[in-house]
Design a protein around this ligand. Sequence first.
Ligand code: FBP
Length: 316
Amino acid sequence: MTLLADWLRNQTDDETLASVFIAMADAGAEIAAVLRQAPIAGQTGLAGATNVQGEAQKALDVISNDIVLNHLRPNPHVSILISEELDEAVEVSSQGQFIVATDPLDGSSNLDVNVTVGTIFSILPADGGLLQKGSAQLGAGYVAYGPATSMVLRLVGQTAVFTLGSDGGWTLILGAASVPEASGEYAINTARERFWDSATKGYVTENVAGETGAAGKRYNMRWVGSMVADIHRILMRGGIFLYPLDSETVSKGGRLRLLYEANPMAWLVEGAGGKSTTGRERILDVMPVDIHQRVPVILGSAEEVARVEAWYRKAG
Ligand code: FBP
């Protein structure tokens, strides 16, 4: 049985970097414990505040952010925390070498109905500054709070999957996740069809046509509406996730956030052999101009992402 600390020792000689992963894993274990009891503790309602994107914060968004911060604060190697829940980046330690960017509780609109939510994080070198391409990441991960609590991590090697045990420890379940190159499953919010661009419409129309269409095979659609749940399914059995630019999100640059949603997920999916794109370029090559920047997100099985890219090339 391989535990998290053993796996980290095999991945890096840098104990300071490993300590940041351990801090995030500990935060994830604590958030999992809070979520398990949240309906009893009456913590699934609104907190009454709004976050930087003007969205209502759930009590658990705030609590999860505090838990992450509490686990990072004692770590002298963390310089700055960027969080979906914080307007500004906060200094954690003046001497730290790493920046952590996080969405402490993604998909929180699913909490009231007990659907999987998650914590997403990205680790960057502090000397690169606040705004760095995703390709500069030193590592990334997410914790999925589902029937089991899963954690998916990658430094620069392969993407690995852990499960949280009843003792609070993380056990390696899969050392090298592999997103199948081909898949018959796609995930997109089809209620947004009227806003879609021609590339998205072209790709989805082909899928819906199934065996009778140009793709020549039958597709199934799955959309949890919780990015961590959708990406975890894709990491484990393939498929493609799309939150493309559309006529409603174009003014904001997209729906999902680059630094703490798109980049870490692209890092993990690519580490498992999948692909990521905005439609026009690799997500990890996008140069951010703002810490809360949004971006179109298309990632998953390589063949499917390539088909979407071809539609974008055709659209010009
Ligand atoms: P938040 O960052 O506001 O939680 O939104 C992210 C998210 O919930 C993703 O987890 C999910 O993929 C997406 O929004 C769902 O969006 P929509 O409700 O438009 O389908």
